[in-house]
Design a protein around this ligand. Structure first.
Ligand SMILES: [Zn+2]
Length: 264
């Protein structure tokens, strides 16, 4: 028997089908949703060291930055007061063709929810995966003219190596809290599931999870570990998840907003 965590929700429905009202605009790192003049806008919200509330609309969508001392209700009021401007900018962006990921020096990939800029540098000899993170850069030991395919393969190999190590650490961290033992980890590349668990203790986690924020990875890790005790999504299962992660509902909702399509 295998219990699986669906990409969108546990019934396997896309969020749009559940909510009834799909977001008209969704930032790939969206962690908030609001309604602007009848359009649902899912946006990225972050606290930042700044004096004023900042709104940025780019190809990814709407990002909102606010100083730590401004209450969120006030941020939302400000956002609503700028509805017309925001929607105008979003519509302008939507009328442009979406830029496809171009695999080259300077391209950006997400790692643990943060952007990493690719930096090609053949003079380096990185152990193992052929790449190393240096601050906000991912240095890849390939020449500038290596070609998109080789670069993509090198970056994916590095991400998968990080995924393996990170997932093992988090499984080991949470297994005692759930009161289970896991036996084997497999990195999956399923198209509709973030993870799955089998009664023999083996767990599969999608390698792309490593591109999401640690909170979301932890949610999937805990979800699958809990399936080693409850092979269903009944009330006892959710109680168990909530014991370990009291804010599991928020994390679950944030994960629903991520689609594999937004990951490059
Ligand atoms: Zn599940």
């Amino acid at each position: 028997m295998a219990a699986q965590l669906a990409l969108f929700d546990d019934a396997g429905h896309a969020p749009a089908a559940r909510a009834g009202r799909p977001a008209a605009w969704r930032h790939p790192r969206a962690n908030r949703e609001c309604c602007l003049e009848n359009a649902v806008v899912a946006y990225e919200f972050r606290r930042a060291r700044r004096r004023t509330i900042g709104l940025v609309v780019n190809a990814q969508g709407l990002s909102v930055r606010a100083p730590a001392w401004v209450p969120e209700a006030e941020v939302l009021r400000f956002l609503l007061s700028k509805s017309a401007w925001v929607l105008d900018k979003l519509r302008q962006q939507a009328s442009r063709p979406a830029p496809a990921m171009v695999w080259r020096d300077g391209a950006v990939v997400d790692f643990l929810g943060q952007p990493l800029t690719l930096s090609l540098d053949p003079s380096h000899r990185f152990e193992g995966a052929g790449a190393a993170q240096v601050g906000q850069r991912l240095c890849v030991a390939l020449p500038q003219d290596c070609g998109a395919e080789r670069l993509r393969e090198a970056v994916h190999a590095w991400l998968q190596a990080q995924a393996q190590a990170w997932f093992v650490r988090r499984l080991d961290h949470f297994a005692p809290q759930v009161g289970v033992r896991w036996s084997r980890l497999r990195l999956s590349r399923a198209t509709t599931r973030w993870g799955s668990a089998k009664a023999d203790g083996s767990i599969a986690l999608h390698w792309r999870l490593i591109q999401l924020a640690p909170d979301l990875i932890d949610y999937v890790v805990v979800h699958e570990l809990c399936h080693l005790r409850e092979m269903n999504h009944g009330p006892a299962f959710w109680r168990l998840v909530e014991q370990v992660l009291p804010d599991q509902a928020q994390r679950r909702q944030a994960l629903r907003r991520v689609t594999l399509l937004t990951l490059t």
